[in-house]
Design a protein around this ligand. Structure first.
Ligand SMILES: C[S@@+](CC[C@H](N)C(=O)[O-])C[C@H]1O[C@@H](n2cnc3c(N)ncnc32)[C@H](O)[C@@H]1O
Ligand code: SF4
Length: 345
């Protein structure tokens, strides 16, 4: 089977082009057409016949197939169900703001972490996604926008908040980040990429050493170890205390901060005391808090707190002077909001 072109970082491609004595400009031409112009055919006319024959014999240029597109009637969010070559399926979401989008990428088919509030967790882990399947989600979503919402094909943030635990599939996620960041291609700014984790310490170590500029979001969800154990089983192996101690030691650049995501569940972790303890835990850190009211899904047993309760929770955090945002549930009418992705069909 041919290797996917979309698994190659720019330096991988350069090395292959050099080894095969092809014109060095081929690498820049390919990255420019695929990732900057996001165009799949015209690059073929821009290189020699020799280089074209070599590339077509060596690489697979196909992308994950779009199986179904779900467009929110409420807020222009778009969810894609992709069919992969082995018939596994995975979901990706375009989250709108103004006429731009953030893209929420999946890193695994399902997830091994089994969090008690997450539809993806219910799927279990089927397998890791390859780099080309991650990069492919981005390119296909961009092309869908160019065709269906011309003028709106502006994806300016990339968040690994779809299906899966990205730090549990570090190699593929890291290579995908390298491809997105490459100056020869999409040239996404490092601060525009965020990896969200449930707190998988081995992956945190690799993130801090290998792609430290990429933003990190920690799914915190309770300042209390016992309650967090109930929500995120991996907390029993990597307790919050150890995760925060590890994160605190990571040198951040001046513009960098850690986002702490806090899922709000009615009558479970939404009291003023929970907010107070959370504030005490994070006060003084380079922190942003994102409050995420629980998004229900078929068969879920938790409930979302009232908006009034959510706002009161935020008011307590405001007293600690920690910037806090209440995240709206975009695309929840098509099960496209946080934690509602599930491709088990
Ligand atoms: C689906 S996860 C993917 C990234 C990574 N696995 C993690 O847990 O951070 C992205 C975010 O969605 C949150 N989430 C999961 N299920 C949710 C639900 N039902 N309602 C609201 N947020 C949810 C997670 O806690 C996490 O903060
Ligand atoms: S919240 Fe994240 S880590 Fe937990 S099951 Fe869902 S995708 Fe996995």
């Amino acid at each position: 089977m041919k290797q996917s072109f979309y698994d190659l970082s720019y330096s991988d491609l350069e090395a292959i082009i050099n080894q095969n004595n092809l014109n060095p400009s081929v690498s820049a031409i390919l990255f420019n057409w695929h990732y900057k112009k996001k165009e799949t055919t015209q690059w073929r006319d821009k290189i020699s016949k020799l280089a074209l024959a070599f590339l077509e014999n060596s690489f697979d240029f196909s992308l994950p197939e779009i199986d179904t597109v779900y467009e929110s009637k409420k807020d222009r969010a778009v969810k894609f169900l992709f069919k992969l070559k082995d018939n596994h399926k995975v979901e990706t979401v375009l989250i709108p703001f103004n006429n731009k989008y953030s893209i929420c990428l999946s890193s695994q088919v399902g997830c091994a972490m089994n969090c008690s509030f997450c539809f993806t967790g219910e799927q279990g882990l089927k397998r890791n996604l390859t780099t080309n399947e991650i990069v492919g989600q981005f390119l296909q979503a961009w092309r869908w926008l160019a065709t269906n919402r011309p003028g709106e094909e502006r994806i300016i943030n990339i968040v690994f908040m779809g299906q899966g635990e990205p730090l549990h599939n570090f190699d593929s996620v890291k290579k995908a980040c390298e491809i997105f960041l490459s100056q020869h291609g999409a040239s996404v700014g490092v601060q525009k990429i965020t990896i969200s984790t449930a707190g998988y310490i081995p992956g945190l170590k690799r993130w801090s050493q290998e792609i430290p500029g990429v933003n990190l979001a920690l799914s915190l969800h309770s300042p209390f170890e016992e309650k967090r154990n109930e929500l995120i089983p991996i907390n029993k192996k990597y307790p919050l205390d150890e995760v925060l101690t590890y994160i605190d030691k990571i040198p951040l650049n001046k513009k960098q901060f850690i986002t702490y995501e806090y899922l709000l569940i009615k009558d479970f972790n939404d009291s003023p005391n929970d907010a107070e303890q959370l504030g005490m835990l994070l006060a003084g850190k380079s922190a942003y808090i994102n409050l995420i009211p629980f998004n229900p899904y078929p068969g879920s047993h938790y409930k979302r707190p009232s908006l009034d309760k959510v706002e009161k929770f935020k008011e307590v955090l405001d007293t600690f002077k920690i910037p806090t945002l209440i995240r709206s549930a975009k695309g929840d009418d098509v099960l496209a909001a946080c934690g509602q992705l599930n491709s088990n069909n």
